[in-house]
Design a binder for this molecule. Structure first.
Ligand code: ZN
Length: 190
């Protein structure tokens, strides 16, 4: 689950409609195209609106499923948080890129930068804001990667200064940046 922030409660935005999803998808696809990381293979990925999920959003067998009503959104509504749909899509597209172009994440560079293998189930470290951009990033290396990738898209490839001073995060960011440069050059590995 990507970055969520405290916000005034607006129940409507915790229920996803097809227009919300289309708009968010359009925006994020354009961000990826501008960074030239939108590859031909990603055209095959469908972003689908599904009725309900009580656990989470998901990258699911080659497609992204976004529930109209989800446990995560209800949690946010209850606790007065808001997670942007664009951030959710950026995060799920990170999983898509990792699965579709696996040579990047199945690499020793990934292990050096993220402290563990992409598909490891165990956390590398407990949540530590010097190492993780969100609490969810500490769950597993693949989520850590997806959280960094989502920020990379959100900030159009420019690392915010508040994060640039944190060396472990800078290392992960540079991984994503190198990957983006390779993808932009039409290469599917380092
Ligand atoms: Zn994820």
């Amino acid at each position: 689950m990507p970055y969520s922030r405290k916000a005034t409660r607006q129940p409507r935005r915790h229920f996803v409609g097809i227009r919300d999803l289309d708009e968010a998808n359009w925006k994020v696809t354009n961000e990826m195209a501008a960074l030239r990381v939108w590859t031909d293979e990603l055209h095959e990925v469908e972003v689908r609106l599904v009725p309900l999920s009580l656990d989470c959003y998901g990258w699911n067998q080659g497609h992204i499923h976004i529930p109209r009503v989800s446990g995560a959104q209800l949690f946010d509504l209850w606790h007065g948080f808001h997670t942007r749909l664009t951030d959710i899509l950026r995060h799920e597209l990170a999983h898509a890129v990792a699965d579709i172009h696996p040579d990047f994440v199945d690499s020793s560079r990934f292990v050096r930068c993220f402290g563990g293998g992409h598909d490891d189930d165990d956390p590398v470290l407990e949540y530590d804001p010097r190492h993780h951009v969100t609490r969810y990033a500490s769950v597993r290396p693949c989520e850590d990667f997806a959280e960094i990738f989502h920020l990379y898209l959100r900030h159009q490839g420019r690392l915010p200064q508040r994060l640039a001073v944190k060396k472990p995060i800078l290392k992960k960011w540079e991984f994503v940046h190198r990957m983006a440069v390779r993808l932009a050059a039409g290469k599917c590995g380092f």
